[in-house]
Design a protein around this ligand. Structure first.
Ligand code: GLT
Ligand code: MN
Ligand code: MN
Length: 403
C-alpha cells in the first residue's frame, strides 16, 4: 500500500507545452498566462516528476538570436540541475509557424522541406545538449484537406527521405537518438498521414534504418478514431516498437481533448497501465495532456498531480487484480489448453497437418462452452470500484456478500 505520491523512480514526465498550456483554443484567447520554463521545472520536481520534454520553440523562440538561445538554454539547464529533473525526450515544432501550413516534410515546396530539415537538425542539437535520447515526430501538419494536390505517393516518399536524413544525421553526430513516430488521425489537418499506430508501424519498415524508429502512441489519438488504444499499444509492444508513450484521456469522436489521465475512460486506463507494467515498459510515462481551460494555476498543479496519482492507483489495482484469487480462478477457467492438439498445431509438418485434418472435433460442444467473460469483467469493475482487495480487513469476495 502506498500514499500514491510519485517519485522520480516512477518516470513521470510532462511536456513544457502541457502544464504550460494557456487555455487558448480555436474559438477563444488564453485564459491563463503560462509559466517560464525554469518555473515549470521547479514545480514538476516538487510534485515528484522525473522529467520534462520539449519542442525547440517551447524553450527557444523561433526568431531568437544565437546569443539569446544560449542564455535561455543555460538558464534552463541550471534549473534542471538545481531541481534534479531530466529531459528524456525532445521534438521539433513543425506545425505552428505559417511556413508549415501545407506540411513540413511532406510540403510540395522543396524549400519548405529543406527548411523543416534544417529546423529539425537544430532542434536535435538542442535535445542532445539537454541529454534527450528519444526524439518524437508528431506530423501534425503532414496531411491534407483536399487531395487535388495529387501528391499522396510523393508525400510519403518525401516523408521517408526526411526521416532517413535525420536518422543519418543523428548517427553521424553520435547522438544515438531513438525516433518515435506519433500517429494522429486528424486535427489540425483533416487527414493526417500515418493516422494510426498500425500505419506508423507499417511505414517504419520502409525506412533505411527501421531499427532506429518506433512509435509514440497517444491515448487521445487512437480514441478519436474510435480505435482501442490498449490494442494499439499491445501491437507496438509486440513489435518491440514502444519507444515512448503519451498518456491522457479523450471522448471518442471529439476534437483532441488531451484530458487528465484517467478522467474519462477509467477501465481502458486500467488495462493500459496493466499492459505497460506487465510488458515491463521502462520508458517515461509522459502525460501529454493539459488542465481544463477553466483552470487557474492551482487547477494546473491539481491536474498534474491527478495524472500521476491515477497512474499509481491503477498500478496498485493491477497488482490487486493479479493477486485476486477469484479473478485468477476465472482467468484460469477462461483459457483451455490441450497438450495433444498443441503438438499438432505448434509447428507445421506434413504429418501434423495430415493428423490434424483427420482429427474429429465436437464443434457443437465447443460452441456451447461459456468462457465466463461476464463474471471476469464484473469482478474487474468491482475491483476498480473499490470493493475488492482494497485492504485485508475490508476485502469481500462476491461469495461473502450475502443479503
Ligand atoms: C501537440 C500534439 C501532441 C504531440 C506534441 C508533440 S505537440 O500538442 O497534440 O499530441 O505529442 O509534437
Ligand atoms: Mn493530443
Ligand atoms: Mn502527443
Amino acid at each position: 500500500m502506498t500514499d500514491y505520491t510519485p517519485t522520480p523512480a516512477d518516470k513521470f514526465t510532462f511536456g513544457l507545452w502541457t502544464v504550460g498550456q494557456t487555455g487558448r483554443d480555436p474559438f477563444g484567447e488564453a485564459t491563463r498566462p503560462g509559466f517560464s520554463a525554469p518555473y515549470i521545472v521547479q514545480k514538476l520536481a516538487e510534485l515528484g516528476a522525473y522529467g520534462v520534454n520539449l519542442h525547440d520553440n517551447d524553450l527557444v523562440p523561433i526568431d531568437a538570436s544565437a546569443r539569446e538561445r544560449d542564455r535561455i538554454v543555460t538558464e534552463f539547464k541550471q534549473a534542471l540541475s538545481d531541481h534534479g529533473l531530466v529531459v528524456p525526450m525532445a521534438t521539433t515544432n513543425l506545425f505552428t509557424d505559417p511556413v508549415f501550413k501545407d506540411g513540413a516534410f511532406t510540403s510540395a515546396d522543396a524549400r519548405v522541406r529543406a527548411y523543416a530539415l534544417q529546423k529539425t537538425m537544430q532542434s536535435m542539437d538542442l535535445g542532445a545538449e539537454l541529454g534527450a535520447k528519444t526524439y518524437v515526430f508528431w506530423g501534425g501538419r503532414e496531411g491534407t484537406e483536399v487531395d487535388a494536390s495529387g501528391k499522396l505517393l510523393d508525400a510519403l516518399a518525401w516523408y521517408r527521405d526526411c526521416l532517413n536524413y535525420v536518422a543519418e544525421y543523428s548517427e553521424a553526430q553520435g547522438y544515438g537518438y531513438r525516433f518515435a513516430l506519433e500517429p494522429k488521425p486528424n486535427e489540425p489537418r483533416a487527414d493526417i498521414f500515418l493516422p494510426t499506430v498500425g500505419s506508423a508501424l507499417g511505414f517504419i519498415q520502409t525506412l533505411d534504418r527501421p531499427e532506429l524508429f518506433g512509435v509514440n502512441p497517444e491515448f487521445a489519438h487512437e480514441t478519436m478514431a474510435g480505435l482501442n488504444f490498449v490494442h494499439a499499444v499491445a501491437q507496438a509492444v509486440d513489435a518491440d516498437k514502444l519507444f515512448h508513450i503519451d498518456l491522457n484521456d479523450q471522448k471518442m469522436s471529439r476534437f483532441d481533448q488531451d484530458l487528465r489521465f484517467g478522467a474519462e475512460n477509467l477501465k481502458t486506463a486500467f488495462f493500459l497501465v496493466k499492459l505497460l507494467e506487465d510488458a515491463g515498459y521502462d520508458g517515461p510515462r509522459h502525460f501529454d495532456a493539459h488542465a481544463l481551460r477553466t483552470e487557474d494555476e492551482e487547477g494546473i498543479w491539481a491536474f498534474a498531480r491527478g495524472c500521476m496519482r491515477t497512474y499509481l492507483i491503477l498500478k496498485e489495482k493491477a497488482r490487486q487484480w493479479d493477486e485476486d484469487p477469484e479473478i485468477q480462478a476465472a482467468l484460469a477457467a477462461y483459457r483451455v489448453e490441450d497438450e495433444e492438439l498443441s503438438l499438432l498445431t505448434e509447428r507445421f509438418s506434413p504429418e501434423n497437418a495430415q493428423a490434424l485434418k483427420t482429427r474429429g472435433f465436437d464443434r457443437a460442444a465447443l460452441a456451447r462452452r461459456g468462457p465466463g467473460l461476464e463474471q471476469l469483467d464484473q469482478l474487474t469493475v468491482e475491483l476498480l470500484l473499490g470493493i475488492r482487495g482494497t485492504s485485508t480487513t475490508s476485502r469481500q469476495t462476491s461469495a461473502e456478500v450475502e443479503v
